[in-house]
Design a protein around this ligand. Structure first.
Ligand code: FAD
Length: 638
């Protein structure tokens, strides 16, 4: 099947479905829809298709694509008021496969309670049991998990069978990495010494404790398994699946006689009748991009009428939740120098001679550091890090924001805070993640020593109380969005992170991990000892995005600030219409044509509350689930 390199051939046909963005979730939806040969499916992707590029396929090359505009949108936050006005880089895949092409490949599910929260917030059909069949369709877990004896598996807290909750027949190839580094197991033993148990079944809905994660690295080839290789490429010969790359969608075209500036949200629903995109690189001022869904909706006239008017966009659907409720996983890196400068760590890859040898080893054996990524994690309820009075103080600090959230805190926004308060007080729910990385990571504090060997612990806040926004900045297509994650704007986020950092420092000081470490590098011993000020200063200086933004097109009831309903239809739109294929207004670099089914928002932005997990496993399952909604929508008229 056709991968169109010019818009004329792509627009020469009528589509039943257009998927905007060939990213992680989009490619799942597109490939699954195209399994029905009677429908025509089109994918419009802004970035290029990097087929078989080693920077994508070799796991140990993770990071090489970040900051490269042919892979990464390279978004930036607004100056963050609570981080001394720092501007943070916000990476996002701008290439076929989207962020699954540039991510660090760890594969995790959230807890049953995380998925239950979706139901509690008003979405029927989204509990753990509802997700499970789609998890199974999306993953191909190796039959033989970690090679070796039962003791070795226990040592690594790695999956062992987990009857019924994993599948070896889905699309994304998963495997344990062959190289863990010398600090992986000592990290677990130190945590156990501090009372945190190992959990070899973290994918079964109870995810607290220590575990080695599987990764989206195909264990046979030791290459990245992403949305492109797992979904697009196996279907790419289908004559009904069409892809255009280098095509930036600027607007969904809405129709409806009652739509006019003076009659926003008037009778009936707006119908999506087409998609407008620009082909090729931006001519003026370089390539720019969007946190896709909210910005495209706003540029199409769907959003807060006052905001849209201020940008000169005619409001067509009054939906003030668009772009609001942005949440992320803020992350603080800590690095420790190891005593033995001969330890084999990821730091060695900074030495070109070692890197060349290691690459040769990878090419011959499909093993070693280049076949691997960090994979030791611990998910911690706050009860491991804080005393009961400290936890109560954090829980109480939520009440003012909850009560001011409208309807005396009983509305949807209030409910989200209520759930977060419950999770904070729940000794079985994780709020902090510790991620072990066998190399230096605290680059924001300064460079590592040339010959130094390090272990790092990244402290991640899983349910931040701070909520931000992302909006279009102008009517102009491709104008850079205004992204304000509002990191640490709720003071308790700093409190929880600071306790997380102190606990991680205790882990680093506990045998056997502590025996390997010579000294804390960052934060320094002084910063750690200085109580509030020094440590908070360090966190403000080093905290970064965990690159897991969600929430900006939340699946919630409309009265609660929702953008999509529980079947992911954008409120105020009817979403579907088939009309003749060719526009009269097509120009060379700006295509407008009518076709199609659009208006479904299918990506991380629909999750209304953050989960205690890295998102990709959930998003692949989301794509699998949504495909059924779309099918029912068209065929069953649901
Ligand atoms: C550095 C990094 C490391 C990560 N590591 C992990 C990890 O180890 N484990 C994990 O679970 N998660 C990880 N994540 C997060 C995870 O990969 C993402 O949350 C997930 O891939 C997002 O999927 P999506 O479908 O929402 O969006 P994407 O995969 O980003 O897809 C959106 C697509 O839409 C396209 N697009 C955007 N705007 C337009 C437009 N106007 N016109 C046409 N196309 C457009 C984009 O180019 C992109 O291809 C990481 C993220 C980053 C950045």
């Amino acid at each position: 099947m056709p991968h169109h390199s010019n818009p004329e051939s792509f627009t020469r046909r009528t589509y039943d479905y257009i998927v905007i963005g060939g990213g992680s979730t989009g490619l799942v939806v597109a490939a699954r829809l195209a399994e029905d040969p009677s429908v025509q499916v089109g994918i419009i992707e802004a970035g290029p298709y990097h087929k078989d590029d080693p920077r994508v396929t070799i796991p140990g090359y993770f990071g090489k694509t970040l900051g490269d505009p042919s892979f990464d949108w390279m978004f930036e936050s607004t100056p963050q008021t609570h981080l001394d006005n720092r501007i943070l880089p916000l990476a996002r895949g701008r290439t076929l496969g989207g962020t699954s092409t540039i991510n660090s490949m760890t594969w995790a599910r959230a807890s049953k309670a995380d998925y239950a929260a979706l139901v509690e917030l008003g979405n029927k059909g989204w509990s753990w049991e509802d997700w499970l069949p789609y998890f199974l369709r999306s993953e191909s877990m190796p039959e033989a998990y970690v090679k070796g004896s039962r003791e070795e598996k226990e040592d690594l807290a790695a999956y062992d069978a987990n009857e019924g909750v994993h599948s070896s027949e889905g699309r994304v190839k998963l495997g344990y990495v062959p190289w863990f580094g010398d600090t992986h197991r000592p990290f677990f033993r130190a945590l156990e010494g501090l009372g945190v148990p190992s959990n070899p079944s973290s994918g079964s809905g109870a995810n607290t404790g220590n575990f080695t994660l599987v990764t989206s690295i195909d264990p046979k080839s030791a290459t990245r398994s992403n949305a492109t290789s797992a979904y697009y490429e196996p279907s790419s010969q289908s004559s009904n699946l069409h892809l255009i790359t280098g095509a930036h969608v600027t607007r969904i075209l809405l129709d409806g006689p009652e739509r006019s500036e003076g009659n926003v949200g008037g009778k009936g629903e707006a119908r999506a009748v087409g998609v407008e995109f620009e082909f090729g690189d931006a001519q003026d001022g370089g390539e720019e991009g969007s946190y896709m869904s909210p910005v495209i909706l706003e540029q199409s006239g769907i959003g807060s009428p006052s905001l849209l008017k201020s940008l000169g966009i005619t409001p067509l659907v009054d939906l003030p939740g668009v772009g609001e409720n942005l949440q992320d996983h803020p992350l603080v890196p800590m690095s420790y120098e190891l005593k033995d400068s001969k330890t084999i760590t990821g730091d060695l890859l900074r030495d070109p001679a070692f890197a060349a040898k290691e690459l040769e080893y990878y090419q011959k054996t499909r093993k070693g550091q280049y076949a691997s990524i960090h994979s030791a994690f611990s998910l911690l309820p706050l009860q491991h890090l804080m005393t009961p009075p400290q936890i109560s103080a954090v829980a109480r600090s939520i009440d003012p924001v909850r009560l001011s959230a409208g309807n005396g805190g009983r509305g949807g926004k209030g409910k989200r805070y209520e759930i977060q308060r419950r999770w904070i007080e729940d000794p079985t729910h994780a709020n902090i993640e510790l991620m072990h990385v066998p190399e230096y990571c605290a680059f924001g504090a300064g460079p590592p020593k040339k010959e130094g060997r390090y272990v790092s612990i990244l402290v991640v806040l899983m349910h931040a109380l701070s909520k931000g926004s992302v909006h279009a900045s102008s009517k102009k297509s491709r104008a850079r969005p205004v992204i304000n994650p509002a990191f640490l704007s709720h003071p308790s986020d700093m409190t929880m992170l600071a306790h997380g950092v102190r606990f991680a420092h205790r882990v680093a000081g506990t045998s056997p991990l502590g025996d390997l470490i010579s000294s804390p590098s960052h934060p320094t011993a002084e910063e750690l000892a200085s109580g509030g000020g020094g440590l908070e200063g360090y966190i403000k200086k080093l905290v970064e995005s965990g690159h897991h933004p969600i929430g900006s097109c939340s699946m919630l009831p409309r009265r609660d600030g929702g953008v999509v309903d529980e079947r992911l239809k954008v409120y105020g739109t009817s979403n579907i219409r088939f009309v003749p294929p060719f526009p009269s207004s097509a120009r060379t670099d700006d295509f407008v044509w009518d076709c199609v089914v659009v208006g479904f928002v299918v990506d991380a932005s629909i999750l209304p509350i953050h989960f205690s997990a890295h998102p990709q496993a959930t998003l692949y399952a989301l794509g699998e689930k949504v495909r059924f909604f779309l099918y029912q929508f068209v065929v069953g008229g649901v």
